[in-house]
Design a protein around this ligand. Structure first.
Ligand code: GDD
Ligand code: MN
Length: 428
């Protein structure tokens, strides 16, 4: 033991034993801030009895000087057969900043980390593996970035100075392949960092407070990026070391869990609510279209020619749909660009996209009716469904696209649909 050891049982006399695990929804709540803890570093463990002592000693030696009593280390052990929880519990006697949580009902790295963050008292929440493959010294570099104001600081193997010690080509391929797959499915999440598979990072509590998390497997960083409100991201290099003691718990099952996790996150980020609004507005447009077509072309009404009536009716429906979408469906975005010029540009784009939709609709109808011998009404419904999704996606990406992001823009603008503009990359 070196000279950096903090005096045992200095300020509070909490019994230094193993704590029960928080339970319920995986939601991190606001901390009351009375503890004075700034950094809570969670160490998920499963059969790490051979590693935990050295890790706690080295982290304490590193953090005691810059943080004094303002940090805590929280081991979250899933009832390891090698009784890591017991050994760590014993360590709390000589390490007053150390807490140990034992989970007996739950299992899994990512959920262990969130339980640790739920038990934590700090404003900054971190995670580090227990097997010393994550060099403890990098914790200081991560902390410096958080202290500078980053919302998230991640240790990366893929930035200058980063790397892995000696990974087999297969493991490199698998890791990069997994990253690539993540980029395809969730570009605006996985693409925000160079090492989305990293299990070594710190996040500001305020960036994930109240966000319902639902991770699977190992990739807690992707979950935080996908569910949190993260603007400013900092990355520091690290070299992923070889494990000396114990085994990696990575199995094929984890790769399947990773894919399921990506799909789950992808679905949760689909703008379902916005799409429902768009569809409701679209149906109101059908009423406008039909109503006007009757008033203009019906022999008992104005008896105009069918084509002329159809064009006026369709145009009126497009205009009405635009106005309702601008006020309701995309109101949160439109309100940040109220000037007439932007509104007119949005209308023009909406008009063009709806017209392209009309062309696709007619083509799809003919394709199904003439080539697939489908019933014309079912074919029409299918065409309307496909074109509604097309119109929705293009209008969300082009017409109600966030072009100018003001610094104080509500974070909702960065919500689920990710309009491609990423102010988070521009440091404050
Ligand atoms: N509580 C708990 N429950 N901890 C677990 C569990 C679990 O079910 N499974 C693993 N752990 C702990 C381990 O004890 C270790 O401290 C840490 O999580 C990482 O587990 P490893 O099995 O050593 O993972 P790895 O080294 O193969 O992969 C690590 O590096 C990858 C590359 O950065 C992890 O950090 C991965 O998340 C990361 O992608
Ligand atoms: Mn490991």
């Amino acid at each position: 033991m070196n000279g950096h050891m903090p005096p045992a049982s200095d300020e509070d006399d909490r019994p230094r034993t193993v704590e029960p695990s928080p339970h319920g929804a995986f939601v991190v709540r606001a901390a009351d801030g009375s503890s004075g803890i700034r950094l809570s570093l969670v160490i998920p463990t499963y059969n790490e009895a051979k590693n935990i002592g050295e890790l706690v000693q080295r982290l304490t030696a590193l953090l005691e000087e810059p943080l004094g009593a303002a940090y805590e280390l929280i081991v979250v052990d899933d009832d390891s057969p090698d009784r890591t929880w017991e050994l760590a519990g014993a360590l709390t006697a000589s390490y007053p900043r150390l807490r140990v949580v034992r989970r007996e009902q739950e299992r899994g790295l990512s959920t262990a980390v969130i339980r640790g963050w739920q038990a934590a008292r700090g404003d900054v929440l971190g995670v580090i593996d227990a097997d010393l493959q994550h060099p403890p010294e990098v914790t200081l570099a991560l902390w410096r970035e958080m202290d500078r104001g980053a919302d998230l600081a991640a240790a990366s193997r893929h930035v200058e100075g980063g790397g892995v010690s000696n990974w087999s080509p297969v493991r490199r391929l698998l890791s990069r392949g997994a990253q690539l797959f993540g980029l395809l499915l969730l570009p605006n999440v996985v693409g925000r960092v160079t090492d989305p598979m990293s299990g070594y990072f710190m996040v500001r509590r305020s960036a994930i407070v109240g966000a319902p998390m639902n991770p699977l497997g190992y990739k807690i960083l992707i979950e935080v990026l996908g569910r949190g409100k993260i603007r400013w991201i900092a990355e520091v290099p690290y070299v992923f070391r070889e494990r000396i003691e114990g085994e990696s718990k990575v199995t094929w099952r984890l790769y399947v869990e990773y894919l399921r996790h990506l799909l789950r996150l992808r679905l949760s980020r689909l703008p379902v609510e916005r799409f429902i609004r768009f569809a409701i507005v679209g149906s109101s447009g059908v009423v406008v279209d039909m109503g006007l077509l009757y008033l203009l072309s019906d022999p008992h009404a104005l008896a105009w020619g069918l084509t002329r009536s159809k064009i006026v009716a369709a145009e009126a429906a497009i205009l009405s749909n635009f106005l309702w979408n601008d006020v309701w469906t995309f109101g949160d975005i439109a309100r940040s660009q109220r000037d007439v010029r932007s509104k007119f540009v949005r209308f023009l784009k909406f008009q063009l996209i709806c017209l392209s939709g009309l062309v696709i609709n007619t083509a799809l109808l003919n394709l199904q009716f003439n080539f697939l011998a489908m019933n014309r009404y079912i074919a029409n419904l299918v065409a309307i469904g496909i074109v509604t999704a097309w119109n929705f996606w293009l209008n969300m990406k082009l017409s109600w696209r966030v072009t100018v992001v003001k610094e104080d823009a509500p974070l909702a603008l960065l919500d689920k649909t990710d309009d491609g503009v990423d102010p988070a990359r521009t440091p404050r």
